[in-house]
Design a protein around this ligand. Sequence first.
Ligand code: M6R
Length: 611
Amino acid sequence: MCGIVAYIGRREASPILLEGLKRMEYRGYDSAGMAVLDGDLRVGRAVGRVAALEEVLEREGGFEGTLGIAHTRWATHGGVTEANAHPHRDDGRLGHGIAVIHNGIIENHATLKRYLVEKGHVFTSETDTEVLAHLIGELYRGDLEKAVQSALREVTGAYAIAVVCEKEPDVLVAARKGSPLMIGVGKDEYIVASDSSAIVAHTTQAITLDDYTVARLDRESFRTTNVDNDPVSAEIRELEYDLGQIDLGSYEHYMLKEIHEQPEALRLCMKGRVDLRSGQIVLGGINQFARDLARAKRVIFIGQGTALHAGMVAEYLMEDLAKIPTDVEFASEFRYRNPIVEEGTVVVAISQSGETADTLAALQEAKQRGAMAIGLVNVVGSSISRETDAGVYLRVGPEIGVASTKAFLGQVCVATMLAAFTGRRRFLAAEAVRDLMERMSEVPGHIERILEQSDAIRDATARYVERDNWLFLGRGYNYPVALEGALKLKEISYIHAEGMPAAEMKHGPIALIDEGMPVVFLATRNSQYDKVLSNIEEVRSRGGHVIAVATEGDEEIRDRVHEVFWVPDVPEPLQPLLTVVPLQLLAYHAALMRGRDVDKPRNLAKSVTVE
Ligand code: M6R
């Protein structure tokens, strides 16, 4: 949600800021802005992508200066207008020349604004961030760091901010609570950013700020304090990220690149964790808690969006393989419904970014109620990973496309290992674990075969892409995949799609089916195959056109459906790792055919760091 980047050093700030914004554009892309200090504070803002901001800067003859802040926005408070774009300034009457960029939400902005208006402040935007800028200005007494600390003491909500002040041309102040913020540490320079993608081109040394930390940076040094000005320690660590991982290479879109990276991503995810000879699963991050996990009375998976769908697969896995009663919940609902967390409850948060606000808050709530907290997270050092008692990183590499693809596979793969690991410590035979892991190690090769069908999937998609309503149906392990297929299609092509258990169709949604309506069935050979075939007949007899994802060699299904995408035969618990892949490709091709911006679909942002 919103990307922020700031620079203080000896180089020109604006090219570094622009490059950082481009790398973080996936975090939000409604509007963008930049402020650079060179004697005066120069501010440029534009509605639209970073490219629009670039044009504004060019028109203004470029911004020179070695201290600056920049922002790419995903609107929360106030529409998508230039006036609402960041940076926001304090009240000009005061003459401080303060500018702020912000990611998060200032929840008490209305109260603060009333107070400031009474003091004569005049606001020019509808944003909560402008309130913060004015508050800092109001409290400024010649020391920016102190003014920021004082302002943050008054603020409730979430923030990652960077602040500059005309009167202090050698100081950059940054602070964080509830929204991610890192400081890249270079030689005589610092780059502050919402994520490492804006930093790695310049340095691999970085500090991940903790909540409630305020950092004051000049060109040679920095210090970190809390909002009461007490010193706070900050650890510099090496970023595990290289630029190659976040470049598009020869692909047209990140989504396509990431779909194609899935075989390798899964290999990396399993590497060193699965010993095929002994059939042992080694999950270093949770070893210490293996006994607690095996004795758990209940496991609850929480997440949002695609991560929730992975959690639904995990629910089946945990009950099947470890025989522990398991639930899965939207983190957003779990948090607010006064959940019962009894002794022996383990809460597992699933998240690619590790920054999803609802998932983080639900995890904190569960911990407070006494649950053991485990994280299945991709981004190393992210908020969720730091909040958990134990965890397993996905290790699928950075995911930039807004539509999650390889992270889903990583989440399901880790959940499979986690369930088998736990099951082994309960009733699951060593043989069963070895067999399952052996079959899972073949999955990357299977995915490579599925990817070869991309053109066939594109051609089939073309026959239905004009249809505005689609259904996705599956049973058992394939039910979450139906939800995921529908989510992929709607989020990047804007085609309305619904996913549901195939049996549920008869309880209402069947009324939607008319001549030619595309209905995607997950119809692989498994325990529910015959039931799915019956559901296919029900759809066909009402005129629906069936697109099936089926098991290679299944001649029986070929004549019963209009289109079929093939996946190799694997045991039922592993089927989601394969059946989702044709649906990712279907969504990708549909979005392209409809002329959509695949990597930056409208209204979305990669990680949702506001509740
Ligand atoms: O970073 P997270 O995995 O916590 O994100 C959760 C969802 O916001 C995310 O999966 C979202 O649904 C994707 N855009 C779906 O493709």
